[in-house]
Design a protein around this ligand. Sequence first.
Ligand code: BG6
Length: 357
Amino acid sequence: MGDCWSRVIVEKPFGTDLATAKHLNKVVNNTFAEEDTYRIDHYLGKETAQNIMVLRFANAIFEPLWNNKYIEQVQITCAEHLGMEGGRGGYYDKAGALRDMVQNHLLQLLSLVAMEPPTDLSADGVRDEKVKVLRSLRQLDTPELIKENVVRAQYTAGHVDAKQVVGYREEDRVDPESMTEAYVALRVHIDTWRWSGVPFYVRMGKRLPKKATEISVHFKAPPNVLFNAIPGAAAGGNVLVIRIQPDEGISLRMVSKLPGTTLRMEPVKMDFHYATSFGKGSPEAYERLLLDAMAGDATLFARRDEVEEAWRFIDHIEKAWHESEKAPEMADFVAGSWGPKAADDLLEQDGNSWRRL
Ligand code: BG6
């Protein structure tokens, strides 16, 4: 019997708020020890999400710049062209974008980008550092802060992939008076020495023009003294883009001199594509994660405290949306466009704009 083990794999959603998540964790941990509990977040099984730590900690050139001295802003976008096909409206209309994807997938990506180097690669070594990021999120705990930093929206009828699609409230199994968001954009601050003053912009939406998930790290522009009179010089700072999906890879944008006798400058890209560099496809996220669970490696699974910290942050927003008289309004955008104007305004207030995907 010595070789026997039992483990439980739990699929999201892990509760619908902090209280239900704590209850669920308690129930599960009554029977299974935390080290035998595997909470799947399939974004952690994506090859490119796993590569974030390698990119940061196995290359010497990025980490010295990975802080508020050199980075101006970070954007995390998860765009989906799908709406509520296949009867998903029933589940989704009770969840919404914030619970469905930000509480888990997007905050996990944010933790990987923002974490300190772990002391080792053990499951707890890595998760200890990720949970510190979640603990350091500046809480948006008043309706005013939520109004300033969070935009929620629903799509109206439009076109996606040249096909006509209905608006969110007309979708199958969605309440025609629904106040559930199918799009959300947030400005998040991480109150640590490394990240103080650096906004992290996070957005997720259904019925956007295409399916694409990426993280872009925007470095500060160089001093504007040498080339400032040259055409193209205002192109800005370097941008490192981590493409989680599709076309998995990494690109670095830099400014280059245009060939010719006059000095003109233009942005160019250094690009790495998994498909061309490694040839073969990566295993599906779930294949990798199920194998890890069987092998007893919990590194790519969410620990109890991570899930609860993420809910603590999300709960304030959900509560204000649903209970406060001062709840910020529900914006709208035409299906097949890049989201509501309010989300563009959110970045414009800081002199920034969303990267075009
Ligand atoms: C799921 C969400 O967790 O992730 C869905 O419940 C979403 O709403 C899906 O569509 C996206 O996963 P992927 O791997 O296709 O980006």
